[in-house]
Design a binder for this molecule. Structure first.
Ligand code: NAI
Ligand code: PYR
Ligand code: MG
Length: 620
């Protein structure tokens, strides 16, 4: 069996095993567990770094949580204040300071520098406060951080590959400069469509960084396996080209064959450097490249486009959960999309697959989907100018750019926005949706919040609380007529962490579309009756994503072994246990085998142990 292991897999098995934490210690009374464990777990290691180098290594640094024995043994004694702090105390200090920051960008900067200093503490704080901090490290604040990236830039995070590095060997060298060898997941963007904010060039690096933070926080993927990458091919944003702080090449975007060669070279160099099964997530590419690159690479590499496939899955999940309230199958609904770019088209295509699984023909399913883009409703009169993906959705209806008119004519059960047009779902449109449906479905997916097609408050108010609403960026709860509504976040963050966890742990060859549909169904099933019926929320709680990610990863693994796409052999007998054993722990590791039990409450050390309160603001 072992002879079937590729060199990359052997390397992975041994390094995977290093991450097993005592917290997740398996049950060794079971002989099968013991055998599996021996296979995957080598001995613990002591870090090679010492002294100030250790304190400057964010992956190892524990700040004042180093025990006296560790301080002496690892050469940091005297380099730290003499008092000690537990990780919990440090986390309390961080979140307290964070809550005193004047605004969200200041919070982003504080967390960003914490990540540079002390990785475990960063993830500890993030995991303990997912609902409060996701809007900081992710949408909407990450959008603001990208817009001001040149100004707030402190430390490099991620790799920059420019159009001037356009050969496999040059890119390979850049990848070899990265500080870890065992990279298993890359999130890459070219910065052309950063959220709904448009072309932000290299300022877009904040997006891969933020997505990978969620890999760790929402799926327990180890941070050292993660690599953020930006392809710098220039920018067409003249404001940036004139910005003295701009961090990228000052030139117009390169397009055409030279661009394609750069992406091709990157794919080859990355898989040569890190292994054929390295996951590469494409993020926030512009409309003209997103689908094209996905179609080109999805059969050949372990990759996916999150804006197309991840978004499709999360929206279908929200729609399926909604059907539990409307008591109608998805195939019985008509759906209108505002926007027909990567996100909306991906969702439309997955809706078609779901409707076909429910018994419709492809033609019937496409017939239930109406798309409106910047040119108006996609109609048969536009066929000559449409791309092949849109032709099947063209309707034999009069041309119009008026969304209200479309809603009046079609009478859809669901209205979905991925257009980047803030406020496009006017009060009239929302009221029209409510007129035609006892429980209208309205998803305003555009990010960040400033681009949402409508606010949660408008949606609930204009439908008298009947709407099943979700948005790409979070909105506050809304109280209406004495009832509390908790809008769900229809964001691909429910999907990509779990898919990525399965892909990296089982070293999959590629990721079929079907897996995203399976993930969508799992997310839909995870929505509780209480969520749906008490709060009208069509998504699980954010704090449940981590568990959901494990379940999605099991599904990814099972599917990939069935279809000969998993290259980790032998297949773990207990898939879930294998995944749990390999989850990143946010608790500090013991850095030497023997730990000195320091007297945490000893007044000699002068540490006033604070009364800890729960830091989590997560709620039902
Ligand atoms: N909630 C989530 O998980 C996700 C949200 N998104 C958001 O969706 C938005 C769109 O993303 P993509 O589809 O990737 O972008 P895209 O650039 O591929 O597509 C934008 C679409 O909007 C249409 N559009 C622009 N102005 C319009 C107008 N005035 N009226 C009607 N249609 C108009 C364009 O014609 C195009 O079809 C972004 O704001 C992005 O942040 C994207 C991915 C995931
Ligand atoms: C959520 C996301 O991927 C986007 O807005 O692009
Ligand atoms: Mg995106």
């Amino acid at each position: 069996m072992l002879s079937r292991l590729s060199p990359a897999s052997i390397r992975r098995l041994s390094s995977t095993a290093k991450c097993c934490s005592d917290k997740n210690e398996p049950d060794f009374s079971d002989p099968k567990t013991l055998a599996l464990h021996k296979m995957y777990r080598p001995e613990r290691i002591t870090p090679s770094k010492r002294g100030i180098d250790l304190l400057k290594s964010p992956g190892l640094n524990k700040g004042m949580a180093f025990s006296l024995h560790e301080r002496q043994y690892l050469g940091v004694h005297g380099l730290l204040p003499p008092a000690f702090m537990t990780e919990e105390q440090q986390a309390y200090r961080i979140i307290t300071k964070l809550r005193q920051q004047p605004d969200n960008l200041a919070k982003y900067i504080q967390l960003d520098s914490l990540q540079d200093r002390n990785e475990k503490l960063y993830y500890r704080v993030l995991c303990d406060n997912v609902k409060e901090l996701m809007p900081i490290v992710y949408t909407p604040t990450v959008g603001q951080a990208c817009q001001h990236f040149g100004f707030i830039y402190r430390n490099p995070k991620g790799l920059y590959v420019t159009i001037n590095d356009n050969s496999i060997s040059k890119i390979y060298q850049i990848l070899a400069n990265w500080h870890t060898e065992d990279v298993r997941a890359i999130v890459i963007t070219d910065g052309e469509r950063i959220l709904g904010l448009g072309d932000l060039g290299t300022y877009g690096i904040g997006i891969p960084v933020g997505k990978l933070s969620l890999y760790v926080a929402l799926a327990g993927i180890r941070p050292e396996w993660c690599l953020p990458v930006i392809l710098d091919v220039g920018t067409d944003n003249t404001e940036l080209l004139n910005d003295p702080f701009y961090t990228g090449l000052r030139r117009k975007r390169v397009r055409g064959p030279e661009y394609d060669t750069l992406v091709d070279n990157f794919m080859k160099a990355a898989t040569k450097r890190f292994g054929r099964d390295t996951l590469i997530q494409f993020e926030d590419f512009g409309n003209q490249n997103a689908y094209r690159l996905l179609d080109r690479y999805k059969g050949e590499y372990c990759m996916f486009n999150d804006d197309i496939q991840g978004t499709a899955a999360v929206v279908v999940a929200g729609l399926l959960a909604s059907t539990r309230v409307t008591k109608k199958k998805l195939s019985q609904e008509k759906i209108v999309f505002l926007g027909a770019g990567g996100a909306a088209t991906g969702v439309a295509e997955m809706c078609v697959r779901q409707m076909m699984d429910e018994g419709l023909t492809e033609e019937e399913a496409c017939g239930r989907i109406y798309m409106v883009d910047i040119e108006g409703l996609i109609t048969t009169s536009r066929i000559k100018s449409l791309g092949e993906r849109h032709v099947k959705f063209a309707k034999d209806l009069p041309d119009t750019k008026n969304l209200l008119e479309v809603v009046r004519t079609v009478k859809p059960g669901a209205l979905i926005g991925a257009s980047t047009v803030a406020g496009a779902f006017t009060e009239d449109i929302i009221k029209e949706m409510a007129k035609n449906n006892p429980r209208p479905i309205i998803f305003a997916l555009s990010n960040p919040t400033s681009k949402a097609e409508c606010t949660a408050e408008t949606a609930y108010r204009c439908t008298n609380g009947a709407v099943l609403f979700a948005s790409g960026s979070p909105f506050e709860n809304v109280e209406l007529n004495g009832k509390l509504f908790k809008p769900g976040q229809g964001n691909n963050a429910y999907i990509f962490p779990g898919v990525a966890l399965g892909a990296v742990l089982f070293a999959v060859k590629n990721i079929p579309d079907k897996l995203f549909l399976l993930a969508a169904r799992m997310v839909a099933e995870a929505v509780s009756e209480k969520s749906l019926n008490t709060y009208s929320r069509v998504y699980p709680r954010l704090k449940d994503i981590r568990e959901l990610s494990v379940k999605i990863a099991v599904e990814v693994g099972e599917y990939c072994y069935r279809h000969d796409l998993a290259t980790l052999h032998p297949k773990p007998e207990d898939m879930e246990m294998f995944i749990r054993q390999n989850l990143y722990s946010v608790e500090y590791d013991e850095l030497i085998n023997k730990t000195y039990e320091w007297p945490a409450k000893d007044s000699k050390h002068g540490f006033p142990v604070p009364v800890l309160r729960r830091t989590s603001m997560d709620e039902e």
